[in-house]
Structure formats: C-alpha cells, structure tokens
Design a protein around this ligand. Structure first.
Ligand SMILES: *Cc1c(COP(=O)(O)O)cnc(C)c1O
Length: 384
C-alpha cells in the first residue's frame, strides 16, 4: 500500500492482516517459539528473540514511517542505543554533542569505554568546526535534534553530508520529534534511533526503543546484533506501541499547539529569565529546525528569575506532574540538574548550560488554559 499522507500510514501500516480471524488489529503473538513444519525447512518464524509477528509488524511500521529500509524494536531506548553502538570496535571513536541524553553519555563513558570504544564531545551545531574534529579514528557522529534539555538544534543534513564525505556513519536520536515531525533518514542520516517510551508510545505505559536504517548492509548487522544480544521488545509492548502510533499525529498536533502557547506565555512572563523552545523565532537554530522538522515540537525548558525559588515552583504544581520521562499525554516537569542529568559531572553540566535553575517541561495534551493556570499559580507561590 502506497500512502500519500503519513497520518493514514500510522494507522494502517502494511495492513498485514493474514491471521485466520482477519483481525483489524495486529494480534499479540504471545509465544516464545513456533512450530516448524519440516526438519531443515526455512520457516518464517522460529524463535521469538529472532522474530515475532507482532514485533515485526511494529518494525515494518516504523521503517515505513521513517522512510527507511528496515526497523528494529528493542526493550528500551537504551537497548536500541546499545545495539547501534555495538556496530563499533575497539579503537573507534564516536563524536557526540554536548547535551546528548544522559543515559547515552553514561553508556559511552562507563560501559563502551571499557571495550576501547571512545567518544569525544564536540559542538555538533557547527558543521564547519566539526569537520576538523574528524580524525581517522572517528567512525560516527551521534546527535540528537533538538537536544535534551536545552533544545539545541543540530543540522542533520549538514552532519549527514559531512559524514558521507568522510565515509563514516551519522546517527540521529530523533526521540523528541518522532517521524511525524522529522525524518532524519530523508535528511541523509544513516541510522535513526527512538526512545519509543516517549511520544511514539505516548501514554507513559511502556518502555521501548526503535532503530531504523537505510542500507541493507547496516540492517543485516543491526539484525544480527538484535538477535545476538537479545534485548528485544516483547509482543505485548509491541502491540501497545503499534496502538500508540495510531494516534501519534493527533496527539502531536495538540502537544505542539499547547507547547507553542506555553512558550509564548513563558517568554512574555516577567518571572521567566530564559525560555528554550525551537519553535520561537529567536531561538537558537530556529531556521535550521524549520527546514528539517515540521515545527518546534513540544518540549520546553526555562529558568525563573533570581527572585523565584525553583524548588518551591516544583512543589507548587498541581496538574503538571514532577517526573522523569516525557512525551506522554500528561504534562510532566523535571529538574534536569538533579534528575535526568545527575550522571553528568557538575562542571560539564554547568558548562553546557544545565544550571540548577533549569526547568524542563514536557507539554501534554490537557487544555492549554489549565496548564497555563497551573504554571501561573506555581510561579506566584515560588516568589521569594
Ligand atoms: C529517554 C531517552 C532515551 C532512552 O530511552 P529509554 O526508553 O528510557 O531507555 C534516549 N534518548 C533520548 C533522547 C531520550 O529522551
């Protein structure tokens, strides 16, 4: 089935409805193994770590949504990142941007370094500076756009053009955008990663990671790693994720509509010192983001002025929940310095701009007026 619009594709996927009951939804194949008809045949399904029809339906769906060759589903975003980093070997170096997801930094810093795979932190927002940093041991550039929690925009096309010229891989963690808003493979990246725990699942009720690649050769290697290391997504979570993706477009539209309203409200607020949101015209990377993504997404970070107590602000919120994670229908707020970015050494963290005053908001799909009212009363209560 060819789709003109991604909204329809999200709901119908490849329409693999070959089960005997003609189920409208992809059935949950809750099984670890499959009967083989003959000895030495080449069965489509044999053991569920290698492949399970529910997971495959999800993998086909995300591959199509990203415009890639093949998709892979993992037990979490970090399992997906682990599989991708396992493409490399001792002696290889990977360039990452300063404010990559804390878990990705920790994995490189505390796990992959032990195996001789090193990393360096560079300013990936400036492709010209980046080019000089590509020494012969650099085998990949790994970026997010926009990044967490400062919503820095990285130019994915420029990065991909650079890595192609150098014969190395470009990897984009597109969790904050989803294929509805941004498709890195179409911008030239080799590998796209999602923590599907966030917007793709959308209801804060599952952990999942997805990888999509645009070449058969990399697909073969990721498929091998997925089966070899085994952190696959189970059939029930695969089903939940397919279900979540069906409503991605309508959810994202509301997420973004609310985020745009709240970003403008915060930007104009006398108690707010700084707002980070790539959908605001004077934000860093606004133009690049407009070229490579549909809009600014629904993550906002901000700092209150000196006369306001950040801790009191957090404890005064009533509707907006203090919690890690993002991308669910409910609005969540977090304090990156002590929560998501606690694993990053203080000096590096402060250098990046992740100050103790920084507040990160995952804008949900509640009524925008209710969100605004909750923020307003919390700001007023936090006045020192
Ligand atoms: C949450 C997140 C991850 C990790 O995903 P999990 O599903 O929590 O393992 C990776 N990258 C980004 C940008 C994230 O937000």
């Amino acid at each position: 089935m060819e789709y003109k619009n991604i909204e329809s594709q999200m709901i119908h996927g490849r329409m693999r409805l070959n089960d005997t009951a003609h189920s409208v939804n992809v059935p949950i194949y809750q099984t670890s193994t499959f009967q083989q008809q003959t000895l030495g045949g080449n069965p489509e399904w044999e053991y569920a770590r290698t492949g399970n029809p529910t997971r495959t339906a999800l993998e086909d769906l995300i591959a199509d949504l990203e415009g890639g060759k093949q998709g892979f589903a993992f037990a979490s975003g970090m399992a997906a990142v682990t599989a991708v980093l396992s493409l490399f070997r001792a002696g290889d170096r990977i360039i990452i941007s300063g404010n990559v997801y804390g878990g990705t930094f920790r994995l490189l810093d505390k796990v992959f370094e032990n195996f001789g795979i090193t990393y360096s932190i560079e300013d990936t927002a400036d492709p010209e500076v980046l080019e000089e940093k590509i020494t012969p041991d650099v085998k990949a550039i790994f970026v997010e756009s926009p990044t967490n929690p400062l919503l820095t925009v990285n130019d994915i096309s420029a990065m991909a053009a650079l890595t192609k010229r150098k014969g190395i891989l470009s990897i984009a963690d597109s969790t904050f955008m989803t294929p509805y808003l941004q498709r890195p493979l179409e911008l030239g990246a080799d590998i796209v990663i999602h923590s599907a725990t966030k917007y793709l699942g959308g209801h804060s009720d599952l952990l999942a990671g997805l990888v999509v690649v645009n070449s058969d050769e990399i697909a073969k290697r990721i498929g091998f790693l997925q089966n070899a290391s085994g952190a696959v997504l189970g059939p029930f979570d695969s089903f939940l994720l397919i279900r979540g993706i069906k409503t991605l477009a309508v959810r994202m539209d509301r997420h973004v509509e609310n985020a745009e309203k709240l970003a403008r409200y915060l930007e104009a607020h006398p108690a707010v010192r700084k707002v980070y949101y790539p959908g605001l015209p004077d934000a860093q990377g606004y133009e690049i983001n407009r070229r490579q993504a549909k809009n600014g997404g629904a993550m906002i970070s901000f700092e209150l002025e000196e006369g306001y107590d950040t801790k009191t602000f957090f404890s005064s919120l009533r509707l907006i929940t203090l919690a890690e994670s993002l991308g669910g229908v409910e609005s969540l707020v977090c304090h990156p310095a002590s929560m998501t970015h606690a694993a990053i050494p203080e000096e590096i963290r402060l250098n990046l701009g992740v100050t103790d005053r920084l507040i990160r908001l995952s804008v949900g799909i509640e009524h925008a007026d209710d969100l605004k009212a909750d923020l307003e009363q919390a700001i007023q209560r936090s006045r020192i």
